[in-house]
Design a protein around this ligand. Structure first.
Ligand SMILES: [Zn+2]
Length: 318
C-alpha cells in the first residue's frame, strides 16, 4: 500500500536543485591528478607526463574523465546525527526517515563525459532531484528509488559531464519470524557466485568440470591468478592455461568470524596458498582444526561444492 502522505510530501522535491551550485575548492591541478592516477593504476601519460601530453591532440595534461566527481567532493565530515539538513537532498532523506523509510542503499551510478578537463579549469556542480519512483517492493523492504542528476561544468559554463545517481530509500523489512515447530526450516542461503566475464569465465568453467587451472603468459611464461587479460610482467595479452596439480603450502591465512556473509559457516579458515607451480590462490582450508593451521603447512586441493558454488578447497596433507 503506497504511503499517500509521504508521496504528497515528497512530490514538490522532484525537479528541485539540491541548493546553490558547488564550486571546486581547487582548480584542476597536476598534483591531484597524479595522486589519482597512482591510486587507480592509470599509467596513461596524457595525465601526468607534460612533455608526452603536449605532443598529443590535447596539447597538455588532461585529467582522467572518471576523476570528475573528485574535483567537487568535500573532505571527510564527521557524521552528526543532530545536524539539520543542509540541502534539499538531505531534507528529502529526512522526510523519508520520518515516515519510517530509514534505510538507504546506492543502487547504480552512470556517468557521461563530454570533454576533458585541463589543468587550471575550475569545476562547478549542479545537482538536481530528477525523479522519485512509485513505491517498490524489494528484497531489502518496500521503498522508493530516488534519482539525482549532477551536471559538471567548467568555468565557461560548458558541460564537462553528468552523473546520474540512484538510491533506494526503504523501510527495512522485519527479520523473518522464527519458524514454528513443524514448519519446514527456511532454505539455507547460498553463496553468491562469482561474476563470470570474458576474462575469467573459462577458469570457473574449468572448476565446474573439476579442474583447477592456472593462467600462463604465452610470451614470458609468468603464471598469474586470478585470471586477467594482461601479463603483469611483460604486458602481453597472449595467454594459455595449464592444469595445476593442486598441491602447495599456506603462505598466510586468517580465521574469519565477521562479517557474517550469507552462505558460509563461520568461523571459516581463509588461506593464501602458494601453489607448487608458482602462483597463489585464495581458498578455504577445511577439515583442519584452526589451531593446527600454520604458515608453510602443506596442502592439497579438492574441488567441491560449497554453499551451492563449486570451489577449490584445501586440506592439510599428512
Ligand atoms: Zn608475460
Amino acid at each position: 500500500m503506497p504511503n499517500a502522505a509521504l508521496e504528497e510530501a515528497f512530490a514538490p522535491f522532484v525537479g528541485q536543485d539540491f541548493g546553490p551550485p558547488e564550486i571546486a575548492r581547487d582548480p584542476v591541478n597536476e598534483a591531484m591528478i597524479r595522486q589519482w592516477c597512482d591510486a587507480m593504476g592509470d599509467a596513461n601519460p596524457i595525465h601526468w607526463d607534460a612533455e608526452a601530453a603536449a605532443k598529443t591532440h590535447h596539447g597538455g595534461i588532461v585529467a582522467p574523465p572518471t576523476m570528475l566527481q573528485a574535483w567537487i567532493l568535500p573532505g571527510v565530515r564527521l557524521a552528526d546525527p543532530d545536524r539539520p539538513p543542509s540541502d534539499k537532498q538531505e531534507e528529502l532523506h529526512a522526510l523519508f526517515n520520518q515516515h519510517g523509510y530509514t534505510g538507504v542503499v546506492a543502487t547504480d551510478c552512470e556517468f557521461e563525459f563530454e570533454r576533458y578537463l585541463r589543468v587550471g579549469d575550475r569545476v562547478t556542480a549542479k545537482a538536481t532531484i530528477e525523479s522519485i519512483s512509485e513505491e517498490k517492493a524489494t528484497a531489502l523492504g518496500i521503498g522508493y528509488f530516488v534519482v539525482t542528476r549532477t551536471r559538471f561544468e567548467n568555468q565557461d559554463g560548458e558541460l564537462v559531464g553528468s552523473m546520474v545517481f540512484r538510491v533506494l530509500k526503504f523501510k527495512p523489512s522485519q527479520p523473518p519470524q522464527q519458524a514454528s515447530s513443524g514448519d519446514a526450516a527456511p532454505a539455507k542461503p547460498q553463496r553468491i557466485p562469482a561474476p563470470r566475464g570474458h576474462d575469467n569465465g573459462w577458469w570457473w568453467e574449468a572448476l565446474d568440470r573439476g579442474e583447477l587451472m592456472i593462467q600462463k603468459c604465452s610470451q614470458c611464461g609468468t603464471l598469474r591468478h586470478p585470471p586477467r587479460p594482461m601479463c603483469h610482467a611483460c604486458r602481453s595479452v597472449d595467454w594459455e592455461e595449464q592444469p595445476s596439480a593442486g598441491t602447495g603450502s599456506v603462505h598466510s591465512y586468517v580465521i574469519m568470524h565477521h562479517p557474517p556473509v550469507p552462505g558460509y559457516d563461520f568461523p571459516v579458515a581463509v588461506a593464501l596458498v602458494d601453489l607448487d607451480e608458482g602462483t597463489r590462490i585464495v581458498a578455504n582450508v577445511v577439515d583442519c582444526p584452526f589451531e593446527d593451521i600454520h604458515i608453510g603447512m602443506k596442502v592439497e586441493c579438492s574441488i567441491e561444492e560449497l554453499g551451492g558454488v563449486k570451489l577449490p578447497v584445501f586440506r592439510a596433507t599428512s
